[in-house]
Write a protein that binds this ligand. Structure first.
Ligand code: GDP
Length: 295
């Protein structure tokens, strides 16, 4: 995984040592906190590590690293696979605050789906901003993926409805619906999310297959409060953490998973369409601790 470089350096330095002493444990604790893993999660992880050291099970820095990797994997383990419907079209609704990388993530998924031989369709459900509609259209042209869009100010639920109908009529496999990330008030925004979800369910005659919440990894644990707002409005089924390249706060992924209890399904690791990785808890744990570093 190509990310978390800043963090990894510190972990690598710690695990280069051989002896497990109080200094190493303190440094490990500090590094977890600096990585934005959060106090509660850091205490939980360090509690387990210290217990293992005391019992004589963790004798070397290598043992500590392996145990930590196992613990982190456990925290992140969940049903991380993305749900597809057996009766196409599959519908994924993308929600999240503006600027978190929602549109870019939709484009990345469209690209990834194309590579799997699937036919995606984009739906410009953020009718609040003309720029959002244009941005999705630009991605659609670039990837040669059709975009269903209405005028700015149109009812986003109606766009979602049309998108799903179009996919059914024209045989598209996966409908990726963009939504607004900001409105006049937070209440308006959440009401709108509910309505889009309701109307999409009606058009589909079942619930959408995924409601994917996009969180910006550079905001660390602050993303949690944001997430709770969306979770109150729609049944969020998966989380995508973006911008994990360029941040030293990648440990927040653990805090997010622990606090929200929703599986992380993918991570964004750059601005290009190929910079999306499906989430693998063990790979993530290893990357966080500086293993398997790609140069
Ligand atoms: P939206 O407002 O949520 O739709 O956000 P955008 O998709 O427009 O993304 C906002 C900015 O974040 C853009 O400049 C994107 O290129 C950038 N971005 C999105 N995902 C990533 C990522 O994984 N890594 C980095 N470095 N930048 C990203």
């Amino acid at each position: 995984m190509r990310f978390l470089r800043n963090l990894v350096q510190r972990f690598t330095q710690i695990f280069q040592r051989t002896e497990v002493d109080e200094e190493l444990l303190d440094e490990l604790e500090e590094t977890l906190i600096l990585a934005d893993v959060g106090m509660a999660m850091t205490e939980k992880l360090m509690g387990e590590i210290r217990k293992g050291v005391k019992r004589g099970e963790l004798k070397t820095a290598g043992d500590v690293k392996a145990k930590l990797c196992e613990l982190i994997t456990e925290v992140l383990s969940d049903n991380t696979s993305l749900r597809f419907s057996e009766a196409p079209p599959t519908v994924w609704l993308f929600v999240g605050v503006n600027g978190t990388g929602k549109t870019t993530t939709i484009a990345k998924f469209a690209y990834w789906l194309q590579k799997q031989g699937k036919k995606p369709l984009l739906v410009a459900g953020d009718t609040f901003r003309a720029a959002a509609i244009d941005q999705l259209k630009v991605w659609g042209e670039r990837l040669k993926v059709p975009v269903i869009a209405h005028q700015m100010g149109a009812d986003p639920a109606a766009v979602a409805f049309d998108g799903i109908q179009a996919a059914k009529a024209r045989g598209y496999d996966v409908v990726l619906i963009d939504t607004a990330g900001r409105m006049h008030t937070k209440q308006n925004l959440l009401e709108e999310m509910r309505k889009i979800y309701r109307v999409a369910t009606k058009a589909l005659e079942r619930e959408p297959d995924e409601v994917l919440l996009i969180l910006d990894g550079t905001t660390g644990q602050n993303a949690i409060a944001q997430a709770e707002g969306f979770m109150a409005a729609v049944p969020v089924s998966g989380i995508i953490v973006t911008k994990l390249d360029g941040t030293a706060k990648g440990g927040a992924v653990l805090a997010i998973k622990e606090r929200l209890g929703i599986p992380i399904k993918a991570v964004g690791i750059g601005e290009a369409v190929g910079d999306l990785e499906l989430f693998d808890p063990n790979e993530f744990a290893k990357a966080l601790l500086g293993e398997n570093l790609q140069e």
